[in-house]
Design a protein around this ligand. Structure first.
Ligand SMILES: [Zn+2]
Length: 466
């Protein structure tokens, strides 16, 4: 019976003109190829709800600003157990009130270079060598077409500078005689480099002396950062960027001037930061205010107050370990988050704020849920239909790398082939699913059957035309 059928098919097919026959074969091969050839790695975004992603972020690291001295919930003590004073802030508090403030964030290594390394890698044991290993937040977002710029008075070690497309830094680390230098690469827009050169040559401190000189030092870093952020938004509105800022004088005041002047310099920064905040909020940028470490105070035998954070007697104090984390942006909710977090949580949280679904390769930090929504990225072995079901949403797409954006926090089920995966989503998550061998055989069998059907249908179509 089968032979007879084949003979009946063969007869008319042989009658096809030679070139038509070739066309049929070519079309069949193209279709088979489309189905069988492995596609290039691709990724798609599925917007389950609209999201208001920022155009970039400004990360302000206030060197040595402990949250014990600025958060209303905390009271700072010196090493003898006496209450220390607190800074009287208005702008920083109102920035936090229109965003999220995380109460208890601890720096695992309360020292400048490790602190900056932890902040930028999301790894609690990071040091400057770790920063040089292509595992920082800069390496991740650069793959998402970000430009990375920095204005740093401290924390600007060689590996940190190498991570930036352009960086203004104080090569002398000295308030007495600052020496502002500029490193840049061709990847930084030329006009931004020119603007940075102007700020490099800006006489920052004038004739100011004493503690006012400290305040002016910070004012320069904040002013340069505001100018760069505004310029980027006005002249390169489609270029996403991360601007990392270190203001150095709060730390130096803590070390050399005692707690009263330390608080006075923090209050000066509070006045100067308003314009930068305005630039961020008007231009769809995230603003983060944090620190590399805090500061603790002790008295010498002569009665002079001395601040410290890195050496053992200071490093073990809450005043040295607790750092502020204030985040404000278009997609950031208004909240005060309690619970204990680590400084290593900042980098993954910043990535989440930017809606960048990348991986920090060495991070041991967690995303702090600062957004109204969460995103879910599902990675599978090969392009497959992925269905997402939850109480509030059902969505599906076919690809091997799918990001569902704008999901309400809650429970979801991911359906891939015959596999079901249950997840509780309260912040961005990446799920890798490997289809089992049996499932993969099913997929291959389905593809092969489809090819045979297409070829067969084409042959029949040709016969019918005869
Ligand atoms: Zn520091």
């Amino acid at each position: 019976m089968r032979l007879k059928l084949l003979e009946r098919l063969e007869g008319p097919v042989k009658k096809l003109k030679k070139n038509e026959h070739h066309i049929t074969i070519i079309i069949a091969l193209i279709l088979a190829g489309l189905i069988l050839l492995p596609s290039n790695a691709s990724a798609i975004d599925v917007f389950v709800n609209p999201v208001h992603s920022p155009n970039g972020a400004v990360l302000v690291i206030v060197d040595g600003m402990g949250s014990s001295y600025i958060y209303p919930e905390f009271m700072p003590y010196d090493l003898d157990g006496n209450e220390s004073g607190k800074a009287n802030l208005s702008n920083i508090m109102s920035i936090s009130e229109s965003g999220t403030r995380v109460l208890d964030v601890r720096a695992p290594q309360p020292s400048t270079t490790p602190g900056h390394s932890v902040l930028t890698t999301g790894y609690s044991k990071a040091n400057e060598d770790t920063v040089g290993e292509m595992i920082t937040i800069f390496d991740v977002i650069r793959k998402h077409d970000y430009v990375c710029m920095a204005v740093m008075q401290k924390g600007d070690f060689e590996e940190m500078r190498a991570e930036q497309d352009a960086i203004l830094f104080d090569a002398s680390h000295s308030i007495r005689e600052p020496s502002i230098a500029l490193d840049y690469k061709l990847s930084c827009p030329n006009d931004v480099v020119e603007l940075m050169q102007e700020w490099q040559n800006n006489s920052l401190l004038g004739e100011k002396e004493g503690v006012e000189r400290y305040i002016a030092y910070n004012e320069w870093a904040i002013g340069a950062s505001d100018a760069i952020a505004s310029f980027m938004c006005e002249n390169h509105p489609d270029q996403k960027f991360l601007l990392t800022v270190n203001v150095g004088a709060v730390d130096l005041a803590g070390h050399y001037l005692g707690s009263e002047q330390y608080l006075y310099v923090i209050e000066g920064l509070d006045r100067d930061i308003y314009d930068l905040y305005k630039t961020c909020s008007e231009n769809n940028l995230i603003l983060i205010i944090t620190a590399d470490h805090g500061m603790a105070f002790d008295r010498t035998e002569m009665g002079r107050e001395v601040g410290g954070h890195a050496s053992e007697k200071y490093a073990k104090t809450l005043e040295a370990q607790r750092v502020p984390l204030i985040i404000n942006g278009p997609n950031i909710r208004k909240d005060v988050i309690s619970g204990t977090y680590g400084q290593e949580d900042l980098a993954p949280t910043l990535l989440s704020g930017l809606d960048v679904m990348g991986v920090l390769p060495c991070s041991d930090g967690d995303i702090i849920p600062v957004k109204e929504y969460a995103n879910l990225r599902v990675i599978v072995d090969s392009p497959t239909e992925v269905v997402l079901k939850g109480d509030a949403a059902v969505a599906s797409a076919s690809d091997e790398d799918i990001t569902f954006l704008g999901l309400l926090p809650g429970n979801y089920t991911i359906l891939v082939s015959s596999r079901e995966e249950y997840i509780n989503l309260n912040s961005d998550q990446i799920v890798e699913l490997h289809i089992s061998r049996a499932d993969r055989r099913m997929v291959i069998a389905t593809v092969m059957i489809s090819v045979v059907m297409v070829v067969g249908l084409l042959a029949i179509w040709k016969i019918m035309r005869e």
